[in-house]
Design a protein around this ligand. Structure first.
Ligand SMILES: Nc1ncnc2c1ncn2[C@@H]1O[C@H](COP(=O)(O)OP(=O)(O)OP(=O)(O)O)[C@@H](O)[C@H]1O
Length: 272
């Protein structure tokens, strides 16, 4: 397994990363073009940018989900550079090793709440990742773990026996978040975790990140235009536009001294 040359590197390192999508055997234009940044231990990076800029592509790669089958499926090809999560290079690792790596990564996709399997109860959904990692895991311990993450996302016990379709959008979003947390990850990749859902989810996301941060190896990448959330987290920001990073640094530095016309436009739009 290829590892980051720097050894004890940041939990997330992206080096000159370029990526394309493969659709029906054809490779598309570049979704990311030579992107580089690091998220150090203890840091949260907020990723902002216009629709189609490449934010979700970046999240998918860092979450180790380069290929997804079925409806809304896709196939990403890393065509240049590399990305390292917990020191492991994502470009060259096998699917089996990638699966193992993702045990340490909580990935909340944009449609995470719709992805929950309809035929499983919340209790089952929360325990599935535990048994996927270790078939012989003690069932009582797995249930306790599920209860702990349920509580962390402020859902009542009664939700455990329900099916996703019996829940509200906000509750489903909380279940998806709880499921992402159940293996005790040190890396969080969240794609618009607070967009379009009831406002209380926002507080839960903030609380969860604060809790995760107690792990000294924690690093988070959160795609959101919610500057209030990013400020509360003391996050740095990366502005992605047309597959490249056009602004990077502390929120106020980036928006007060824009290096690119898109950053000026975004600053105005967000009232930054
Ligand atoms: N499944 C796919 N197949 C082919 N191309 C795709 C696919 N998903 C995204 N792309 C392309 O990759 C580029 C980056 O898209 P991406 O979804 O990463 O942007 P985004 O910044 O997350 O946008 P949004 O805010 O709308 O989610 C776009 O040109 C887009 O058309």
């Amino acid at each position: 397994m290829k590892t980051h040359p720097a050894g004890e590197a940041s939990p997330i390192v992206v080096q000159d990363l370029s990526a394309q999508y493969r659709t029906k055997g054809r490779v598309s234009g570049y979704a990311l073009r030579g992107v580089s940044f690091e998220v150090r231990a203890g840091e949260v990076l907020g990723v902002l940018g216009e629709s189609g800029g490449g934010k979700s592509t970046l999240a998918r790669i860092l979450a180790g989900e380069l290929v997804r089958k079925g409806a809304g499926g896709y196939d990403i090809r890393i065509s240049g550079g590399d990305a390292f999560v917990n020191g492991v290079a994502l470009r060259t690792i096998s699917q089996a090793k990638r699966n193992r790596l993702t045990f340490h990564t909580a990935y909340l996709a944009q449609d995470a709440n719709d992805r929950l399997e309809r035929s499983s109860t919340v209790a089952e959904l929360l325990q599935q990742p535990i048994f996927a990692r270790d078939k012989r895991f003690d069932p009582q311990a797995a249930q306790n773990r599920a209860l702990t993450v349920l509580d962390a996302v402020s859902l009542p016990l009664a939700v455990m026996e329900k099916y996703p379709y019996e829940l509200s959008d906000g509750q489903r979003q909380r279940v998806a978040l709880a499921r992402a947390l159940v293996l005790g990850p040190n890396v969080l990749i969240a794609d618009e975790p607070t967009a379009g859902i009831d406002v209380t989810v926002r507080d839960t996301v903030l609380r969860v990140i604060t809790q995760l941060r107690q792990d000294p190896r924690f690093a988070g990448l959160v795609i959101t235009h919610d500057l209030a959330v990013l400020r509360q987290l003391g996050a740095k920001v990366a502005i992605v536009h047309d597959g490249v990073i056009v602004g990077y640094g502390e929120i106020d530095d980036v928006f007060r001294n824009p290096d690119h016309p898109y950053v000026s436009r975004l600053a105005k739009a967000l009232g930054a």
